[in-house]
Design a protein around this ligand. Structure first.
Ligand SMILES: Nc1ncnc2c1ncn2[C@@H]1O[C@H](COP(=O)(O)OP(=O)(O)OP(=O)(O)O)[C@@H](O)[C@H]1O
Length: 371
């Protein structure tokens, strides 16, 4: 089993609070990803789970038992570090067996577990090699193997792929996802890469300045972000934002004035807003619509078209708007530099954030995605 509960967890370093009010239950077998900008407290939280940092406040339990004071080696938890931390003078097999040897595990059992882990991680052919004879991806697999042989109830991964190149990262990401499917163990994974978070997680925990900004399945955070900060962190390209003025806040529709003067009825509950408030409209790059289906339009000029083959990202300049907006288009869209483009906007596809950055609840259903 591997059910973790965190209640009111907090951490101070020299009297400075870097982690606060963390309430979270991670179910047995769940894959949870801690994500957020640099310094938001992801590693600190993970290290508290591992027992590598003292917990200043709150209670942490594994399968109902308090573990706050239990030393790391006695917790049924295994951690894979960003730096693989392999012993250079030991072979792959010895590296993987080392922790079990220290724990005085029976030799036959060690052999069996190392063989099994090596098969799962495609390392069988490499068991006699030394770390220096391995590629970065292979070393990372050995580091995972070393944790795997201990058969912990909970696996912790601290940015395990950040030292790998882009292609290898994708490959390892898929392997970690497969490993989770086969083991069905509880896994907590720290990354600042939102693509890794979106693709691996059953649930994402998005941290901001030491506390939880939002927890939920990846697509819930994508379609129903609770704050502008979450909306801007999740999704690539980043969500487009426009400064708008609230004209008529309503429960099903809230009317706002766009930079060009057009009015748009956004499908959100804006009852917390007042007419005249400065708000932020959010539109994802794929959510612009054809002008004939639009409720409002913006006149734009094409600055750059990034043709990626399967899609084109058009970066557009709109008069009166700082920076550029990005529109995602299918395939190799025919676009000329500085071409005038009409961006169509539909209120159903937009997000609205109040002056405090809090999202107005969206009044739309998206099939299979809980609010
Ligand atoms: N040993 C320490 N002593 C004092 N402050 C620390 C210590 N470790 C971390 N911090 C501070 O705690 C905060 C959270 O750090 P943490 O490493 O958990 O963030 P992170 O989200 O993992 O960042 P990154 O993505 O850059 O690794 C930061 O402000 C950091 O400076």
């Amino acid at each position: 089993m591997g059910r973790l509960t965190l209640e009111g967890i907090g951490k101070d370093y020299d009297g400075v609070e870097v982690s606060r009010d963390i309430d979270l239950t991670i179910e047995d077998g769940e894959f949870v990803v801690f994500v957020g900008p640099s310094g938001c407290g992801k590693s600190t939280l993970l290290r508290m789970v591992a027992g590598l940092e003292d917990i200043t406040r709150g209670e942490m339990c594994l399968d109902g038992e308090r573990i706050n004071e239990i030393p790391p080696q006695e917790r049924d938890i295994g951690m894979v570090f960003q730096s693989y931390a392999l012993y250079p003078h030991m072979s792959v097999a010895e590296n993987m067996a080392f922790g079990l040897k220290l724990a005085r595990t029976d030799k036959a059992k060690i052999r069996e577990r190392v063989q099994h882990a090596a098969e799962m991680l495609h390392l069988t052919e490499l068991l006699e090699r030394k770390p220096k004879e391995l590629s970065g991806g292979q070393r990372q697999r050995v580091a995972i193997g070393r944790t795997l042989v201990k058969e912990p109830a909970v696996f912790l991964f601290d940015e395990p792929l950040s030292n790998l190149d882009a292609a290898l990262r994708v490959d390892m990401r898929v392997q970690i996802a497969e490993l989770h499917k086969r083991l069905r163990a509880t896994m907590i994974y720290v990354t600042h890469d939102q693509v890794e978070a979106m693709t691996l997680a059953d649930r994402i925990v998005l941290l901001s300045s030491g506390s939880i900004a939002q927890v939920g399945p990846p697509l819930s955070l994508y379609h129903f972000p609770k704050t502008l900060e979450v909306a801007e962190f999740i999704g690539s390209p980043r969500i487009n934002t426009l400064a708008v003025e609230v004209v008529d806040p309503g429960q099903r529709r809230t009317t706002v004035r766009l930079p060009g003067g057009d009015l748009l009825a956004v499908a959100v509950d804006g009852h917390g807003l007042a007419a005249g408030d400065a708000a932020t409209l959010g539109i994802r790059a794929e959510d612009f619509v054809a002008p004939d289906q639009a409720e409002a339009t913006l006149r734009a000029n094409l600055m750059v078209a990034e043709k990626l083959g399967y899609e084109t990202l058009a970066h557009l300049q709109v008069e009166g708007v700082d920076g550029t907006l990005t529109r995602r288009m299918d395939g190799l869209a025919h676009l000329e530099e500085h071409q005038a483009v009409t961006l169509g906007i539909a209120g159903e596809h937009c997000h609205l954030f109040g002056p405090d950055g809090v999202a107005c609840p969206r009044q739309v259903e998206i099939t299979g995605v809980p609010h």
